[in-house]
Design a protein around this ligand. Structure first.
Ligand SMILES: Nc1ncnc2c1ncn2[C@@H]1O[C@H](COP(=O)(O)OP(=O)(O)OP(=O)(O)O)[C@@H](O)[C@H]1O
Length: 249
């Protein structure tokens, strides 16, 4: 089977690489590693938003051959959170990002699932940090939503759980699971190792720009690999059928 996304010796100056990895349709990849490991650099490169060495094949075509407008139909990218430097109502911001021009039932359901129904007429610069993060998430999900866009394939998310409370994190988890079940691949960075240990299909562990382990969550999030990445000696326990990582004090 052809991979959806294939990274071959991808590198960015001395900050990242060489990284080789593949992503399959419907796969949920968690990108983990210490601050400065290169997670954001890898995501922007995979999104086609920065240049560097190596090759990226997306849907069978070299990423550098894609036009930006075409790419926007097939993949969506969420950068790390910044508060908006502009003002517009939430509903308008969301309409700008969805592939259909009318207010669609998919948008209304997503807005409801993310607890934004009573914020639609609020200005985007008058939201709390977590509310603005949920609006940004709704926008990128709409961009590639399988019910609105037949071309949507890939969602790249840089620390999507930032600023979300635990209920909102769970709501987002459900949305991501449903997207993966519909065949969308998700690659997201995260600092919550226990969340990755529970939800990721695949984990890529980066340290100092290098991929030090990639594979199933159980293999990659082992105390041995984590000691190499973080220089910390985690313990892994089984609690009510779930694996959990306990950090040393
Ligand atoms: N614009 C830039 N120019 C030069 N170096 C940069 C730039 N942005 C980031 N870096 C460096 O590249 C390396 C990787 O940074 P990156 O932001 O990709 O890490 P990260 O894993 O996403 O970190 P964090 O967990 O802190 O968000 C770091 O050493 C960082 O200092």
């Amino acid at each position: 089977m052809m991979s959806l996304l294939q990274l071959s010796n991808v590198a960015v100056a001395e900050r990242l690489g060489p990284i080789s990895a593949t992503v399959q349709p419907g796969e949920l990849v968690h990108l983990v590693g210490p601050n400065g490991a290169g997670k954001s650099t890898l995501l922007t490169r995979a999104a086609g938003l920065s240049a560097g060495a190596g090759q990226i094949i997306f849907e069978g075509r070299d990423l550098s051959d894609w036009q930006p407008t075409q790419l926007a139909h097939n993949r969506a990218y969420l950068s790390q959170q910044q508060m908006p430097p502009f003002s517009m109502p939430v509903w308008h911001y969301l309409q700008l990002h969805q592939p259909v021009s009318h207010t669609d039932s998919v948008m209304l359901k997503l807005v409801d699932d993310l607890g934004l129904a009573d914020k639609l007429s609020r200005g985007v610069n008058q939201l709390s940090g977590g509310e603005w993060q949920r609006v940004r998430l709704a926008a990128v999900v709409l961009q590639i939503h399988p019910e609105l866009n037949p071309h949507g394939r890939l969602l790249l998310l840089d620390e999507p759980m930032n600023s979300l409370d635990v209920a909102q994190q769970t709501a987002l988890d459900r949305i991501l699971v449903a997207l993966c079940e519909a065949g969308i691949a998700v690659v997201m960075s995260s600092h919550d190792l226990n969340h990755s240990l529970r939800h990721a299909h695949t984990v890529w562990l980066l340290r100092a720009g290098k991929m030090i382990a990639q594979g199933s969550r159980d293999e990659v999030l082992s105390p041995q690999h984590l000691a190499t990445a973080y220089n910390m000696h985690f313990r892994r326990l089984q609690i009510e059928g779930h694996s959990m990582l306990i950090a040393p004090l």
